[in-house]
Ligand binder design. Structure first.
Ligand code: UDP
Length: 237
C-alpha cells in the first residue's frame, strides 16, 4: 500500500504511518539546499547518510536521558517517529562563532562562546527565517513562556550531550539547529533531525569541516565528509 504523503520539505518527505496513526515515516532525500533554497544539488547517498547519522544521534541522546520524537530506523533512508506538530522555531546553539552571527554582529570568526549562545529564528521560508527574540516567539507561536524556557533548557542539554558524543569521535560541535514539536498529549518533544545538515562539525585535530558548509562554500565533497562522520559514530556508539 502507498503511504500518504503529508508534507515534503527541502530535505525530507513526511508520510503517515499505515500501522499507527500517531506515527510518521520520515524519508530522507538526496537533495541539498543552502542560502534559503537558492543553491541546490543532489547527492546520491545523502539521504541514507543523514538518516543513519540522525538515527544514531537520537538513540545516543536517548541513552543520555534526552528523549525525542525518534522511535526507530526502518530502512536505509527512512525512520519512524512520533507524530508532532512542528513549532515554527529554529533553536540555534552556538559554541564557536561562525556563519551568520559573524556577519550579523561583527563577531570575529572562531570566537568561543562560554556559556553557549542560544538564538531563535522564525521558521518561515518566505521571510528567510529571521532572527527573533523571546517575545516574538511567544507572539508568533502557540507556546507559553514556561514552554519556551523548557525548550531552551532542553537545547542546552542537547548541546552538552552532543558535545560529548562528538568529542569522543574527535569532532568539535561548533553550532547546531534544533526543532521541537508538540505531540498529541500536548507535550513538547525534540523533533526534526540532528545531522551534518543541521550541525557544524570540525575535526578537533585538523579543523577540517565535516558538515554542510563544504556544500555551502563549495570547498569539499559532501558525501565524503558525511561518510566520515557516520564511520566514526558507528565505530564509537
Ligand atoms: N541551520 C540549519 N538550518 C537553517 C539555518 C541554520 O540547520 O535553516 C544550522 C546550520 O547548519 C548551523 C547553525 O544552524 O549549524 C547556525 O547557522 P547560521 O545561523 O550560522 O546560518 P548560516 O550561516 O548557515 O546561514
Amino acid at each position: 500500500m502507498e503511504l500518504e504523503l503529508l508534507y515534503e520539505g527541502k530535505a525530507k518527505k513526511v508520510y503517515q504511518s499505515d500501522t499507527d496513526e500517531n506515527h510518521l515515516i520520515l524519508s530522507y532525500k538526496n537533495d541539498a539546499t543552502a542560502f534559503n533554497g537558492e543553491k541546490k544539488a543532489q547527492f546520491t547517498g545523502k539521504g541514507r547518510l543523514n538518516n543513519e547519522i540522525s538515527s544514531l544521534l537520537f538513540q545516543a541522546l536517548d541513552n543520555k536521558g534526552i528523549p525525542s520524537h525518534f522511535i526507530e530506523r526502518l530502512d536505509s533512508t527512512t525512520q519512524i517517529v512520533q507524530k508532532t506538530d512542528i513549532i515554527p522555531l529554529e533553536v540555534v546553539i552556538r559554541n564557536i562563532a561562525t556563519g551568520s552571527i559573524t556577519k550579523r554582529l561583527g563577531i570575529e570568526e572562531k570566537t568561543p562562546f562560554e556559556p553557549a549562545l542560544a538564538e531563535l529564528f522564525y521558521k518561515e521560508d518566505r521571510l528567510g527565517d529571521p532572527l527573533i527574540n523571546d517575545e516574538h516567539a511567544l507572539y508568533l507561536t502557540d507556546i507559553k513562556a514556561e514552554e519556551l524556557a523548557g525548550i531552551k533548557e532542553k537545547a542546552r542539554k542537547v548541546n552538552t550531550a552532543l558535545t560529548e558524543i562528538f568529542a569522543a569521535i574527535g569532532v568539535r560541535l561548533v553550532d547546531f539547529k534544533l526543532e521541537f514539536g508538540r505531540n498529541k498529549e500536548g507535550n513538547i518533544l525534540l523533533s526534526d533531525e540532528v545531522s551534518p545538515d543541521t550541525c557544524r562539525l570540525w575535526d578537533i585535530e585538523t579543523n577540517e569541516k565535516l558538515d554542510k558548509d563544504v556544500f555551502r562554500q563549495g570547498t569539499g565533497d559532501l558525501i565524503t565528509v558525511y561518510e566520515e562522520i557516520l564511520n566514526r559514530l558507528e565505530a564509537q556508539l
